[in-house]
Design a binder for this molecule. Structure first.
Ligand code: SIN
Ligand code: CO
Length: 339
């Protein structure tokens, strides 16, 4: 990969020195970056109900937010921003942009958000809880980060670790691409894991009290009921492979509004749909919240890592591939690599 993207650093050096540690500004990381969509295409996405979008308007030092879908995603000619999340799910070119950041595991990736702002527009000073690469598209924006100012123009990149306050103000009509990462929190994992356990099946025992004596204090919870509950709960067990199964499903599960549509394309190459998340751990694979084990894991790992592969190479997995094609999880194409 081009080291220019990280200001001359190799991915390894970047990760060691900056990732989750300190901001990095890289002028001309992607020289001549023209963006992957224009104002109209962004507005069209903001009209869809399967796309998350918002409009933020600044009034003095107040920022008002409205959430999409918008019947008309028009914004004021000053002090306004239209933001669209998950652009990579809908636009292969935005997905291809993500590939430049594949030195970070796909399980850490959240989405590509694109904003279009008119002069003076921005979302106001704030802190994000995630790592983010802010890639400037056409038009200039001024960023204020930890007391420093940066003026970014097309192709400049700013990396921010979680928790660093930042404020970007459009100097002229401009686009900003936020390549954002996710990092699960314990409470979120715990709650989702309890759901997983529930789905898998919990102990069915029912409390019985054939020797019940008349209650003198009817509001008191019977000690036997506490005992029974403690016992039943202690019977809930899980193994490390349960944890893997849960985590893979959890990380690959599509966001709630995502819909897959089978395509009609033909060709010799298989390409994962932009919305598909295919992950693996050892011989177990996870695709869009489902879990499976296959007979030729190495070939499927190649598809997962590169997000595309020769159909011929996947021939031993033909039945699975056609099942996923019918589900809209992947498509056939003749084009190679360009997204
Ligand atoms: C923006 O694109 O205006 C906001 C990006 C961010 O600060 O996270
Ligand atoms: Co931010």
């Amino acid at each position: 990969m081009s080291h220019r993207l990280l200001g001359g650093l190799s991915p390894r050096e970047f990760l060691r020195r900056y990732w989750q540690k300190r901001p990095l500004f890289v002028p001309r990381a992607l020289p001549g970056f023209a963006g992957v969509l224009d104002r109209r295409a962004l507005g069209a996405l903001a009209r869809r109900d399967d796309v998350e979008s918002r409009i933020v308007e600044r009034r003095g030092t107040r920022w008002d937010t409205r959430h999409g879908p918008f019947s008309e995603a028009k914004i004021r000619s000053r002090n306004a921003t239209l933001l669209v999340n998950g652009v990579n799910l809908h636009l292969p070119a935005a997905e291809a942009l993500l590939r430049r950041f594949h030195f970070v595991p796909q399980a850490r990736l959240d989405d590509v958000m694109v904003s279009y702002a008119t002069p003076g527009g921005g979302v106001g000073p704030h802190v994000d809880s995630y790592d983010v690469f802010l890639l400037q598209g056409p038009g200039r924006r001024r960023w204020r980060v930890l007391g420093k100012n940066y003026t970014t123009s097309a192709g400049d990149l700013l990396y921010l670790p979680p928790g660093v306050e930042h404020d970007g103000v459009a100097l002229e009509p401009c686009y900003t691409y936020s390549i954002g990462f996710r990092a699960p929190r314990g409470a979120e994992l715990g709650a989702a894991f309890l759901d997983w356990l529930h789905e898998r099946g919990l102990p069915e025992a029912r409390y019985r009290d054939p020797g019940l004596a008349p209650a003198r204090r009817p509001a008191r919870i019977p000690a036997g009921m506490v005992q029974f509950t403690a016992q039943v709960l202690s019977r809930i067990r899980w193994s490390r492979s349960d944890v893997v199964d849960f985590l893979g499903r959890y990380l690959s599960a599509p966001k709630p509004h995502v819909v897959f549509r089978p395509g009609a394309g033909r060709g010799r190459r298989v390409r994962l749909d932009s919305k598909t998340q295919l992950l693996y751990f050892g011989g177990r694979f996870f695709i869009n919240g489902e879990s499976l084990v296959v007979r030729h894991p190495e070939r499927l790992r190649e598809l997962a890592d590169r997000r595309e592969a020769d159909l011929e190479r996947l021939a031993p997995l033909a039945a699975l591939i056609s099942q996923w094609r019918r589900a809209g999880y992947l498509h056939f194409t003749n084009k190679e690599g360009d997204g």
